[in-house]
Write a protein that binds this ligand. Structure first.
Ligand code: AKG
Ligand code: FE2
Length: 433
């Protein structure tokens, strides 16, 4: 990792007004934490937690020695002001810098399996963190009850319930809101459509609101989040250790492949305490280790300031899709020759663009039409009130940037259905100017 500024501990806020969130973190794309005050009123923090008792067996934290090794090189937090901006530009990776000294307190609590058993019938994805499969772990799906029973009998210590769509399973209504409500600065979410969206026709209909739970030692390997999205993640029970890498600094092997496990690499390491919420910026690679038995809630999301990054991520996926089917291009050209379409485009170009866009939609979950539908729907029905999103001028600037890029691309010309939606977006911007 390079640069002293990146090695300063992210600030922790008791309270983060939206404008400060927008200008100090969302737009600069930098991490921060919210203190446990952000989650203290959540039903999950009340119901899923058992008070601390002597730990044993499966529910123990990692051992003291292992913890000591893991926590070495942890960047110190600024202890004098909880709602601070980093005041010291020290680089903890340089030999003269102070190393982390204060040992972390023991886990504050244990999971309340009886409360989770209310959801025992739900089928959840389960990763086995002892079985690597390419860049992920082997996964299957089981009823949550089955996994809880294993844990209660001291088994299943490598099993990690990941990407459990609890809120979607609960239908997103009052029951879901009783479990938790996202901190207000994260409500301008263009990724997961609201459950009560009036006319959501967005192609991004997948849900990106998750619960993660697993014993100490289970972990998520190095990755960055889908579509160039941000994530926020709240610890309901237990503590997590995060390895964070600003874009371009993630460790790779000599073939350029991402490392799977970076716990020995130099990184911005952050110990996230119980109750805290961490914000992971767009495009930052991260690895996450559960130091205790953990339950966490996390959402991927993006909003207008992220659109240029989301656009770039979709463009990169598009180019990968095109490269993967490049062998069919000569056949299309040979079959359609010099045929022209009534609108003056070459038939082979139009067919090729449709092929690639179709593959993109299947592969990435949305193509260009879906992208523009998402933008249009969120302009027409903003997910939040005007105090919790950028001003209309700022939104228009972010959208305008990607619109200009798209209009300069071949797809603008070659994909009429996507163009029709992008034109609607252009008209919306013009009507507001
Ligand atoms: O908590 C974990 O294991 C992974 C969380 C994560 O990758 C995220 O919140 O983006
Ligand atoms: Fe992630």
């Amino acid at each position: 990792m390079s640069g002293a500024a990146q090695a300063v501990h992210p600030p922790t806020y008791d309270d983060l007004p939206y404008q400060r969130f927008l200008h100090d973190h969302l737009i600069p794309n930098t991490p921060f934490l919210l203190s446990p005050r952000a989650t203290e009123r959540w039903g999950a923090r009340r119901d899923w937690v058992r008070p601390h008792s002597p730990q044993s067996g499966l529910l123990a934290s990692l051992g003291e020695e292992e913890m000591g090794t893991l926590l070495s090189g942890l960047v110190p937090r600024n202890p004098s002001s909880p709602s601070n901006l980093p005041s010291s530009p020290t680089n903890p990776l340089s030999p003269s810098a102070p190393s982390f000294a204060a040992p972390s307190p023991p886990a504050l609590s244990l999971p309340n399996f009886a409360a989770l058993a209310d959801y025992g019938d739900q089928v959840v994805p389960v990763a086995d963190t002892a079985q690597r499969e390419f860049s992920e772990f082997a996964r299957d799906e089981r009823r949550l009850r089955e996994v809880l029973e294993l844990w209660e009998s001291g088994e299943g210590r490598t099993l990690y319930v990941k990407d459990w769509h609890l809120v979607a399973e609960l239908g997103g209504g009052a029951d879901a809101r009783g479990v938790y409500e996202p901190p207000s600065c994260f409500l301008d979410d263009w990724l997961s459509p609201p459950f009560d969206a009036p006319t959501s026709s967005s192609a991004s209909t997948a849900d990106f609101r998750f619960v993660y739970t697993g014993p100490a030692g289970t972990f998520t390997p190095l990755h960055r989040d889908v579509y160039g999205s941000y994530s926020w993640s709240a610890n309901i029970v237990g503590r997590k250790l995060w390895w964070l890498f600003p874009p371009g600094t993630e460790p790779r092997d000599k073939h350029g492949e991402l490392l799977f496990d970076v716990r020995d690499a130099k990184a911005l390491k952050v110990l996230q305490e119980e109750g805290e919420v961490i914000f992971v910026p767009s495009g930052w690679h991260h690895q996450v280790l559960n130091l205790d038995f953990c339950i966490s809630i996390n959402h991927n999301f993006f909003s207008s300031p992220t659109l240029p990054r989301v656009y770039a991520s979709l463009r990169a996926s598009h180019d990968r899709c095109a490269a993967s089917i490049a062998d069919v291009l000569p056949d299309i050209k040979a079959r359609l020759g010099n045929t022209m379409l009534p609108d003056g485009t070459r038939a082979w170009e139009a067919e090729w663009a449709e092929e690639v866009d179709g593959l993109l939609a299947r592969d990435a979950g949305w193509g260009w039409e879906g992208f523009w539908m998402c933008v249009r729907d969120d302009l027409v029905h903003p997910p939040t009130g005007s105090d919790l999103r950028p001003g209309d001028d700022e939104v228009a600037r972010f959208v305008g940037t990607v619109l200009e890029q798209y209009k300069a691309s071949a797809e603008w010309r070659l994909l009429p259905a996507a163009r029709a939606v992008a034109v609607e977006v252009e008209a919306l911007l013009a009507s507001r100017a």
